[in-house]
Design a protein around this ligand. Structure first.
Ligand code: ADP
Length: 257
């Protein structure tokens, strides 16, 4: 269990050490609690797709339903959800262990953003959403694969929350020594009380809705890890009902380690 705080008397060296000990014990208890919550969340995320797969397979075994192509498609979809959660967890575990190996090189953002646009254009068109990019001549020092992962995540999220007729735009600019990349959408926005939590693991503003779209709630946690691995930062501003902007700041020059 938790270690109860040790009473502190006076202002001497022992009192100082006691305070430090109490702080360490409290931190440890907090970490332990976070770890337990994380394990519970993982189990919860895996349970739904697993029980769907099991339910359908049992129905097939009992002869209640045939393992016809439509059912196989459903099973495959649930398996992909499982795969997605496990891949995301793997990414986070690697990042947590400080074992993310970046292969940093100078990247012209015009090229990167155009690839992102091309990848998401079909879905945007299907949803009736305008997707635009503008980057000028900005070059960033980043890992091409990881930067794509960051931007793909932000754009996929934005497309999820923008209604037909809306827009998603990616812009990039140099600000002093930094490169600033913004993904702005005209979607549902994020409530003020949810805003501080969007980068938390497994956080979803609307559990039921997000589950139906297949998100694991890990996307933004991973995005933040990847940006921080580049010695960058990410923040978000949002106006509920009007839209959201995610802003990624990357140093103009990244130290290779
Ligand atoms: P997921 O998308 O898998 O649910 P994320 O970590 O990517 O998980 O996002 C966490 C939550 O943040 C989402 O469930 C959603 O509630 C909110 N969110 C993220 N991006 C947007 C956006 N562009 N507009 C509105 N809400 C968003």
């Amino acid at each position: 269990g938790d270690i109860p705080p040790v009473p502190v008397r006076g202002q001497d060296e022992i009192a100082g050490l006691t305070r430090a000990f109490n702080t360490m014990a409290a931190n440890r208890a907090q970490l332990e609690q976070a770890r337990k919550a994380m394990v519970g969340d993982v189990a919860h995320e895996l349970r739904t797709p697993l029980s769907n797969i099991r339910g359908w397979l049992e129905a097939a075994q009992d002869g209640v339903s045939d393992l016809d192509p439509a059912l196989v498609t459903l099973l495959l979809k649930e398996a992909l959800v499982l795969q997605h959660v496990v891949d995301d967890l793997q990414d986070l575990a690697v990042a947590d262990a400080g074992a993310l190996r970046l292969s940093v090189e100078p990247l012209p953002l015009a090229v990167v953003l155009d690839q992102v646009r091309a990848a998401h254009e079909p879905r945007a068109a299907q949803a009736g959403v305008t997707l635009s990019v503008s980057s000028g001549q900005v070059t960033v020092e980043a890992d091409a694969v990881r930067l794509r992962q960051v931007l793909d995540n932000l754009v996929a999220n934005a497309l999820r929350y923008v209604p037909a007729g809306g827009s998603v735009s990616i812009t990039a600019a140099e600000q002093g020594a930094e490169v600033v990349i913004s993904v702005t959408d005209t979607g549902s926005g994020i409530a003020a009380q949810d805003l501080p939590h969007v980068f938390d693991r497994f956080f979803r503003a609307d559990r039921s809705r997000s589950r139906s779209t297949g998100g694991s709630g890990l996307g933004l946690a991973i995005v933040r890890k990847l940006v921080e691995a580049h010695d960058g930062s990410i923040d978000v501003t949002s106006a509920p009902g009007q839209g959201t902007t995610f802003t990624v700041r990357l140093p103009g020059h990244v130290e290779l380690t």
